[in-house]
Design a protein around this ligand. Structure first.
Ligand SMILES: *[C@@H]1O[C@H](CO)[C@@H](O)[C@H](O)[C@H]1NC(C)=O
Ligand SMILES: [Ca+2]
Ligand SMILES: [Ca+2]
Length: 357
């Protein structure tokens, strides 16, 4: 199995310049397997990851401090009627991600947030609890180079070697998505970003909810459709309309913003699927509760929860940075992974619960 690269420190100034001028863009096309897997979304990991078990840390913090839910602050939920579906695909867009084989899975009914958790909602959680996110504790987070100010870029001396467009930015966190000179004042209705897996678990616990399993997330994404690529069917842009906030143009140098957005979009900017869920695919990646594996049984599964342990957590749905040429992961069966302490400018979450909140 291909393990992820660790964060290799390089002199990025030169690297980014090179990247912008030619080499990276050239490498991205055509859509070879390598190119398709090369978005770098899974390459983000902190240089000095803590050894604590994030699951334990998240659940104990959540249990002790954050049991009082502020329900008005959290999203409207929709009932997802349980049933059996075909999880994964036998025609994987990115085989090494473990998208296949297609397999029968039953999930029980549950409720799911209609929308990705927003900055406004996350702010209510912080105000109510005093919670400090991992990005704030670490003092930095990963930001896509293309959305940074020149002032911030000029201070950065490191990058992710395998994906030089990801820069660890000092002071970047949920309140300052592109570093210290940015804020969320004009994007309270955008999805919160720079939240680690434990941060997401803490928020959901506070709201008396939890993260979805990968199976629940994928079942919900499919909206009752069988064996389709997207939450709305097989055509990316039916009738010329955009159904998700993705990337149009050439990655990583030019985002044409044809769908209306070059960064995150306000939640609900694109149509809902048949279950009433918006932005499952696109806008921001969404954490799930499962540990990552690329090996799946074809035996019928009942409410699967993934491997008992692991190093990375599964994230689903792709983001505003996804383009077919290098990150064809804006499909319900697609998946990627990050270490649980990772946070980035295109990674958020939504919650589920067994009971109506
Ligand atoms: C937030 O950012 C906007 C635009 O980027 C800026 O005009 C505004 O002054 C900032 N607000 C604060 C409180 O820093
Ligand atoms: Ca877009
Ligand atoms: Ca999403």
């Amino acid at each position: 199995m291909v393990r992820c690269f660790s964060l290799i420190l390089v002199a990025v100034f030169i690297k980014v310049q090179l990247c912008l001028q030619s080499s990276c863009a050239g490498k991205q096309e055509p859509a070879s397997q390598e190119g398709a897997a090369g978005c770098g979304c899974d390459k983000l990991r902190r240089a000095a990851a803590g050894s604590e078990d994030p699951e334990e840390r998240a659940s104990s913090e959540a249990a002790v401090k954050y049991t009082a839910a502020g329900n008005e602050a959290t999203s409207e939920m929709v009932f997802i009627p349980g049933g059996e579906f075909l999880m994964g695909t036998d025609n994987p867009g990115i085989p090494q991600d473990g998208e296949g084989p297609q397999r029968p899975v039953h999930v029980d009914s549950f409720y799911m947030d209609v929308l990705e958790v927003t900055n406004q909602q996350f702010q209510s959680f912080i105000e109510a609890t005093g919670y400090v996110t991992e990005a704030e504790k670490f003092g930095n987070s990963f930001v896509f180079e293309g959305i940074l100010s020149e002032a911030v870029k000029s201070q950065i001396t490191q990058a992710v070697a395998a994906a030089p467009w990801w820069l660890p930015v000092k002071g970047a966190n949920w309140k300052h998505p592109e570093g210290q000179d940015s804020n969320i004042t004009d994007r309270l209705d955008h999805p919160v970003v720079h939240v680690s897996w434990a941060d997401a678990v803490a928020f959901c616990s506070w709201a008396n909810k939890r993260l979805p399993t990968e199976a629940e997330w994928e079942y919900a994404c499919r909206g009752g459709l069988r064996d389709r690529l997207y939450p709305w069917g097989n055509k990316l842009n039916p009738k010329g309309q955009h159904y998700a906030n993705l990337w149009q143009g050439d990655f990583p140098v030019h985002n044409s913003g044809e769908d209306g957005y070059v960064k995150t979009s306000p939640v609900k900017s694109f149509p809902a699927n048949a279950f009433g869920l918006h932005d499952t695919v696109g806008n921001v990646w969404e954490w799930t509760s499962d540990w990552w594996t690329v090996h799946h049984t074809t035996d019928k599964q009942h409410n699967p929860t993934g491997p008992p342990s692991g190093q990375d957590k599964v994230k689903k749905g792709g983001s505003y940075m996804c383009h077919k040429s290098y990150c064809y992961r804006y499909r319900c069966a697609a998946r990627s992974q990050n270490t649980p302490d990772s946070s980035a400018s295109n990674l958020g979450f939504r919650c589920v619960s067994q009971k109506k909140q």
